[in-house]
Ligand binder design. Sequence first.
Ligand SMILES: [Zn+2]
Length: 166
Amino acid sequence: MPSHVDEQVKILFEALSKAAQREKDRVESLSKKANFSKKERKIQNAYVSRTISGAYDCVSKQVYTATSSSRPQLMSAEIHPILKSKLPLGGSLETGRAPEVCAGFKACNLALYARKDARLEDLIVATVMTTDMSHKTRCANCLETTDGATVITDNEYISGDDNGTL
Ligand SMILES: [Zn+2]
């Protein structure tokens, strides 16, 4: 693997690490609030993110991070046309979870909107668990929607793989 790729991956993981810490701080400050009603707790839990993703744009050299969670919900009009075209035709492939709630999907969405002519092929994507930064393999939806990006946290990824985009 060329050394500039190592540098890109390093930048990506540094951004992820910072974003994960921000998310942990946010959740901790939320949990300090006492006297939640059952309904409030349910709403709060919907905002807590288990995973966090970063998309590194190899052209602009910018990292875009996003957290998973069903709220706030990504509206259809906010989904980039490239991702929209890749949404599974028969609906979500994961029971009880829409494709657009995934952190990876959201990070790619941000990166695609951030630069005109950005393509999934320009992106290096990593997804980790917020709590311990362990790698998170893509779900069935993300395998479809983010196909084309170089995803380095899938189990099948072997360091040094060259799919032509790096
Ligand atoms: Zn997913």
